[in-house]
Unconditional design. Sequence first.
Length: 188
Amino acid sequence: MHANEQIHFEAATHADAEALQAALERFGSGLSRDGDQWLVALSPDSETTPLLLELFGEIGRWLEERKQASIRVRFGERAFTIMRPSDARPNDSAEFLLERVIQLQNALDSRVKIEQAKGVIAAHLRIGVEDAFDVLRGAARRAGARLHDLADEVIAKSANELPEPIERFLARHSAGSEDENERPARSA
């Protein structure tokens, strides 16, 4: 660590870099370009630089070791989020957050469909929702289908019929063949 190292803030566009430089002007900021990236540089004093480098280094290592996406930092009433860079786009935190939001939305949508399918199966077979999930999961495994794909099929069918993979699964269980990963449906 060198006492005269600069802190660089990476900005996506020249306009963003100029605006950030203006906002940080009282800290002695400078503007430069590094390849496609615009940088706004600050030069803390010789006592502050090593402490900041050590602090950010430790936080970065902790985020990486724990595979944490971010950590929230609070200064009195203010709060900031420090994010671990995405391997695909290490400098674009907005893109990183958007990817996470999309992943979470897809997971939520899938979960909602699975819950709806459990309700349809439970009503159709007159069993509890836990047992309905066992049927859905067992049928998906036996058919080699993804759980949320089979849930889509259940939702799309009329209330009087279940998709073929579930019917096959139920027929196999009523014939008495079970494997250790599949439990038969219990009555409610």
